[in-house]
Design a protein around this ligand. Sequence first.
Ligand SMILES: *Cc1c(COP(=O)(O)O)cnc(C)c1O
Length: 430
Amino acid sequence: MKESIHTKDLYQSMGIEPDVYEFGEAILKNLTKRFQSIDETAEYNQLKVIKAMQEARVSEACLLGTTGYGYNDLGRDTLEQVYAKLFHCEDALVRPQITCGTHALALALMSNLRPGDELLSPVGKPYDTLEEVIGIRPSKGSLAEYGITYRQVDLLEDGSFDYEGIRQALSDKTRLVTIQRSKGYQTRKTLSVERIGELISFIKNIKPDIICMVDNCYGEFVQRTEPTDVGADMVVGSLIKNPGGGLAPIGGYIAGKKECVENAAFRLTSPGLGKEVGASLGVTASFYQGLFLAPTVTASALKSAVFAANIYEKLGFFVAPDSTEERFDIIQAITFGKKEGVIAFCKGIQAGAPVDGFVTPEPWDMPGYDSPVIMAAGAFVSGSSIELSADGPIKPPYNVYFQGGLTWQHGKFGILKTLQEMKKCGLIRL
Ligand SMILES: *Cc1c(COP(=O)(O)O)cnc(C)c1O
């Protein structure tokens, strides 16, 4: 018998029952405008990337790597110009030697702060891993150990900036302000580039020479502008998130004022050497090609997040952002209220993966967490969270955090798989 060429039938052969499929289709009908707007942003950002690459005169020779010291690495140096042009700033450091987002942020902080300086976060508690970098949780090699103090001003109850508190926290010692764009795994809202701009203006009005750094993780290409367009002196991020486009196998970036980037380069390699060394080995081509794909990959992740929000809100779960809210990062939180929901959701995401799709994720006691955590990731790049992935701590309110999807079609399949799993466990009725 001839095989059916109907999408629905292929879904069914991959475990998605017709009612689950139809439920998804009904939700999708109302998302046409939303998706169109996401595509328009992607088009704008795609052009931005091409323009930066053309202006930096990227050539075939740039795609080759170097070994050893890596002097005169054309591909590396040109890519850093591409990033500088893309972020409309003076310089950038984009390296495989920056091992992850936390490393990039630590590097930016440690290289631009000196003993006696104070660091201020005016947007509340930073990302978990930064607590040890700063020394909020005592840790070897933290900023605190080097005599760099830290202050934090929390957001107000309604999520707005505590301008009065920030004014009072700024002192002669305050050298650097760190602003986290994405909410990460907190309950506050993600900051739009516009709001970041307002905050930076306020701070610079009081103290013009302060360095404003933005943790840009998960935010790149979600909007048409980036924090450096609204006054940030430095943006910092990970290449296994949005700007790596799923192809970069490792890496981080720091883009901004020449002096800030230079400080970071001297810290990453060595005083005196700075940007001149650091072989790019074989990863340059994937850095370029990943950046080229990043706007549409980010759009796919956004569509997947919007789809998930609409599905689970319809089923009565609390979702953040909600089904209609404008998006400023790619993370979607869903509150299941019981652990079975978190586990079923993660099993569904895993079952939709192209790699390790046959594996069943289980909660485990991960080091550094105060409760078991379940994670779903069938990724080409280990730990890459621009790829379809989900995780949730097994504790009230039983939230799951979902992000990524290199293609929208994969995101859709993964979410339908979660629905199927939830249905199988009797947690939802369609
Ligand atoms: C992911 C992330 C980091 C840390 O990045 P890693 O690559 O996991 O070290 C820091 N800040 C935010 C907001 C993030 O999302």
